[in-house]
Design a protein around this ligand. Structure first.
Ligand SMILES: *Cc1c(COP(=O)(O)O)cnc(C)c1O
Length: 450
């Protein structure tokens, strides 16, 4: 695959941008990322003219793919042509807020911001501000953007900053625990219960290989936070308007968080974030409350129009049926391929998210055939032949063959014209623009690359 132009561009980029990129993960593709010149349905065309099936979809925001339906594109163009923004409210903000409130069970009021990071920063401040407490519980391997309160690693006994530039005196207020581990949650609440402002969790760990919650885990988090007067914060920046359709993951799992953060899809491909929840909580934000929150670009008319038209289109057309159906085809096709070629690996994901985690020590294919396994992605089902070895938390994913995934497998897929996310950890996404032919071509490529 010729990539002369991408190499030349990256050479220029290295002179003027750290690592040649504007977001750290983009440089994970080695020796250099390819530069995209344009999108085309479910494909991207790179700077050298190579055409790749795109399962990365902007790392999550693109529910409809690269070719927007005419009515969505027309509304975005209309909003942009009326002048970019004003610093005063516009109708479309109210329309999008009403749409989200109508569809997402826990959201009575919402504040729009400009990125998922800004949403989680504001949610943490809101949780601390309304409870008067300091500590935030997070999941190891959970991702909540590039922010001080969550770039914390280690465990609840020894939390430490995972980035330079964050004082230990901040990090000590963050308590990381393993996902799917009720005992660890009980321990932090025993020790710190009266100082825990909130538990922040992705309902499905979606930035770390995709890990499904065990049955009852999210309900358990709901109950223990309520018992201690802490807030349950669902970070639905990835799962929002993807898992569970317009009701988001919280409606799928039937658990009602106090606060939800959004991003990605809700801006229809433009920069966005949002914090939603019960009215009396969200009203603690300024100007009605004491928790300061503001932004020059917040509720940007072009973003609001893109988000509203994308979601209205999804409400009226067969968007979720299409993406979830192709997701099922991908996951069950992958499960069949793995049974023959790599029974130790695990297919994960649900709805329009999918991934193969290169787990070690999986069951033999005879055991899979005899006992049956989750057919359409790991569901943490105790009777499944894979149950003992499928990933339950971030350290299980970390123990997988991550180097093989990134250094060997990713390149073999790209050479066959399939663009997967850059490492073992990031999720992959089906869009409305993808077709059954894209699925078949992708499954063929997996057969050759695994
Ligand atoms: C992407 C993501 C974020 C950060 O959003 P940005 O828009 O990149 O700042 C936060 N939380 C989750 C779950 C995400 O997937």
């Amino acid at each position: 695959m010729n990539d002369d132009r991408s190499r030349t561009l990256y050479d220029r980029a290295l002179s003027v941008m750290p690592g040649g990129v504007n977001s750290a993960v983009r440089a994970a593709i080695e020796p250099y990322p390819f530069f995209v010149s344009r999108g085309d349905g479910g494909h991207v065309i790179d700077a050298d003219g190579n055409r790749l099936i795109d399962w990365v979809m902007g790392l999550g925001p693109l529910l409809l793919g690269h070719d927007l339906p005419n009515r969505v594109e027309a509304e975005i163009q209309r909003a942009a042509s009326q002048g970019p923004m004003y610093g005063t409210p516009t109708e479309v903000e109210v329309d999008l807020a009403e749409f989200v409130v109508r569809h997402v069970p826990s959201v009575e009021k919402i504040r729009f911001v400009n990125s998922g990071t800004e949403a989680t920063v504001s949610a943490v401040r809101l949780a601390r501000g309304t409870t008067g407490r300091n500590k935030i519980v997070i999941m190891q391997g959970g991702y909540h953007g590039a922010q001080e309160s969550t770039l914390v690693e280690g465990d609840a006994q020894r939390p430490s900053p995972s980035s330079a530039g964050i004082p230990q005196s901040f990090a000590k207020h963050t308590l990381p625990v393993p996902f799917n581990d009720e005992a660890a949650i009980n321990t932090v609440f025993d020790e710190h219960g009266d100082d825990i402002a909130g538990v922040m969790v992705e309902p499905i760990l979606a930035n770390y290989g995709i890990v499904h919650p065990e049955d009852g885990y999210l309900q358990f988090l709901r109950e223990i936070t309520a018992e201690y007067g802490s807030l349950l914060i669902f970070d639905e920046v990835i799962t929002g308007f993807r898992v569970g359709g317009l009701g988001c993951a919280q409606s799928h799992f039937d658990v009602t968080p106090d606060i939800t953060t959004f991003g990605k899809i809700v801006g229809g491909g433009f920069p966005v974030g949002a914090i939603g929840g019960r009215a009396e909580l969200i009203e603690q934000f300024a100007p009605t409350g004491d928790v300061f929150q503001a932004g020059t670009f917040s509720g940007h008319p072009v973003t609001m129009a893109a988000g509203l038209e994308t979601l209205s289109f999804a409400a009226q057309a067969d968007v979720y049926d299409h993406v979830n159906d192709l997701g099922d085809q991908l996951r069950s096709g992958l499960a069949d391929i793995l049974e023959d070629q790599a029974p130790q690996y695990t297919v994960v994901g649900r709805d329009s998210m999918f991934k193969v985690v290169f787990t070690r020590d999986g069951p033999a294919s005879e055991a899979l055939a005899a006992e049956g396994a989750c057919e359409s992605g790991c569901r943490q089902r105790p009777g499944c032949a894979r149950y003992e070895t499928c990933p339950k938390n971030a350290s299980d994913v970390m123990d997988a063959e991550t180097a093989r995934w990134r250094r060997i497998f990713w390149g073999k897929m790209r050479d066959q014209g399939v663009f997967l996310s850059q490492n073992q950890f990031e999720s992959q996404f089906v869009s409305y623009a993808h077709t059954e032919a894209d699925v078949e071509e992708t499954l063929e490529a997996y057969k050759h690359a695994l």
